[in-house]
Design a protein around this ligand. Sequence first.
Ligand code: GRF
Length: 222
Amino acid sequence: MSSPLKIAVLASGRGSNLAALIEARDAGALPVEFVLVGSDKPAAPALQLAKDAGIPTLALSPKSYADRVSYDLDLFAHVAASGAELLVLAGFMRVISGAALADWPGRVLNIHPSLLPKYRGLHTHRRALEAGDAEHGASVHYVSAELDGGPLIAQARLAIQPGDTEDNLAERLLPLEHHLLPAVVNLIAQRRLALAEAGVTLDGAVLGAPLRLIHGELQRTA
Ligand code: GRF
């Protein structure tokens, strides 16, 4: 068996997706070693969660940097120094500059609460409701310098019901996110999923469409 994948996680807020990753690791369902949890918000609950789990943490405030690129480069230098092989953005509320991503092709993931390419950016639940969509969901994708852009890996979908509100839609989606993200990281940790020139590959074959979370399992749809 190959050694556990070394991962770093960046989070700006409450850290429930980080908690889901830690729980999956603790349950023996995710062969990873957490080498760093970083945040742009020193008071982020995600940092405390990491400390409680014995994971090294880093809080870097953008205010202490001249510009976005110098912040990103320093942040990524810390991530590289941690020995991370994969970087997971789990509620990290910043767009990362191309200069920082340049050394990390196919090694940075993000989870976003919409069925991308729909609703990049904020207020995704509200926007799905306002558009009268029948379905909403969450996406995990490789990160590019474009906001919530980059090749899609997998999605979880849920039907919007009459009477759904922004808050309860977010609440119903979150448990799906908590399955989706560890499942994707697990495929990477097992060295089954990668980003190649032709696109995202699973077991060496390019995905024609994002994987879908169905009954807790990631499945091919094309
Ligand atoms: C999640 O909805 C995630 O999809 C988005 O930000 C939120 C983070 O929540 N990118 P948490 O901090 O993981 O609880």
